[in-house]
Design a protein around this ligand. Structure first.
Ligand code: ADP
Ligand code: MG
Length: 390
């Protein structure tokens, strides 16, 4: 969809902002450009809508060299969102959103109807359209910025650190909202951030840049966490990548054991006979009640007579990732994660060591997939880009 071929940008003062970049961005996906400040992210982004012209190389859009497309025409198909939203302060929210449709020559009524539609799409109440930008919170302004960029329904959206200026809680909300919106819109999005966690949360693909405008790695978030191309990427991705990687494994892939799980009606002897230090006690609909420490069980009676330790979080086999399962294990008094189905009924348990088997399985599947790719020949732009060291 968007292709950089051997693209460099040098400034007359001797700065190399982008150095020999080759990259292919998939249609309908979110590609995140991430890296430390000054590594050329904004420059790369702006070369897509010709706000910056490369010194060397070619940028093409759907196979067409963008130098052949006049800048205004090109930009009609490319929405642009920046930090602080960049709204016009003297225009109402609705008029801000209607900017592009009006520029395209729509009549006022149609443009405002479209703006009202977009306001709703980004989750803002209708009456907010009459306000001015300074009467909105940072997060609300950012939503208006997104709505404005979507004005002419462009297939491509460029976003330069759009959520960086808002506080962490609002940022998390905006990210979630953005993911929801993209599921509806399927735009081709290029998203710049310096925050690797944001990159991993949002990106279908991530391009990690290093200082000097060099691409260090281009990969899926999963592969970036599992196989950073070099020490720079590993350092940038951060320390707990092994744990974060589990977010990309579905909880359904966690290997579960049936026991030790017993109903509250079971006699305590059965719990002792299980020869386990802990037993998970469930009700007659298999919902978990709590953990019984076997050495502390009463001499006789049923498990209903035992005092139970609280469960801690369970994990859903349908909705959660293996990371939630690990959390469940680490916070459980027994150190066993409790997996439940949609009705909250216990399906099985697993310890942290067993959970790690999910990434072992993922590695094996990946090795197999890589072998297939290699056999199919090395397609341009796929896999990791050259680190460029040495
Ligand atoms: N107009 C310019 N003239 C000279 N140097 C520039 C210009 N614009 C950007 N740069 C330099 O190019 C490098 C990359 O900048 P930029 O793409 O804005 O980085 P990022 O967005 O990753 O922080 C930086 O060293 C920056 O100072
Ligand atoms: Mg920047």
């Amino acid at each position: 969809m968007i292709r950089f071929h051997a693209v460099s940008k040098n400034y007359p003062n001797g700065t190399t902002a982008v150095d020999d970049l080759s990259l292919e961005l998939a249609e309908g996906g979110i590609t995140v450009l991430v890296g430390p400040s000054g590594c050329g992210k904004t420059t790369t982004l702006r070369m897509i809508n010709r706000m910056v012209e490369p010194t060397a190389g070619t940028v093409s859009l759907r196979g067409r060299d963008i130098r052949e497309i006049r800048a205004p025409e090109l930009r009609r198909g490319i929405g642009y969102v920046i930090q602080h939203a960049g709204l016009f302060p003297h225009r109402t929210v609705l008029d801000n959103i209607a900017t592009v449709p009006l520029l395209l020559g729509w009549n006022r009524k149609k443009a405002r109807a479209r703006a009202a539609e977009l306001l709703e799409l980004v989750g803002l109440p209708h009456e907010m359209g009459r306000r001015y930008p300074n009467q909105l919170s940072g997060g609300q302004q950012q939503r208006v910025g997104v709505a404005r960029a979507l004005g002419a329904d462009p297939p491509v959206l460029l976003m330069d650190e759009p959520f960086s200026a808002v506080d962490p809680i609002v940022r998390t909300e905006l990210q979630a909202e953005f993911v929801r919106l993209q599921k509806e819109l399927h735009k081709t999005i290029v998203f710049v951030t310096h925050d690797i966690d944001e990159a991993i949360r949002l990106g279908d693909h991530i391009a990690v840049f290093r200082t000097g405008g060099r691409l260090a790695q281009f990969d899926t978030p999963e592969r970036l966490l599992a196989h950073p191309a070099d020490a720079f990427v590993a350092g940038f991705v951060g320390q707990d990548r092994g744990i974060r990687r589990l977010s990309f494994v579905k909880a359904a892939e966690v290997p579960l054991r049936d026991g030790p799980v017993l109903p509250a009606t079971a006699p305590v002897e059965r719990a002792r006979a299980a020869r386990e230090p802990w037993v998970l006690v469930i009700d007659d609909e298999r919902r978990p009640l709590g953990w019984a420490a076997v050495p502390e069980l009463p001499q006789n009676g049923t498990l209903a007579d035992a005092s139970l330790l609280p469960l801690g979080p369970t994990f859903s086999l349908v909705a959660d990732s293996a990371r939630a399962a690990l959390d469940s294990a680490l916070l459980s008094p027994s150190r066993l994660a409790v997996g439940v189905d949609t009705d909250g009924a216990v399906v099985g348990v697993a310890d942290a060591y067993e959970l790690s088997a999910t990434t072992v399985a993922a590695d094996a599947a990946e090795t197999e997939a890589n072998e297939d790719v290699e056999a199919a020949g090395d397609r341009a732009g796929a896999g990791s880009a050259g680190g460029g060291e040495g």
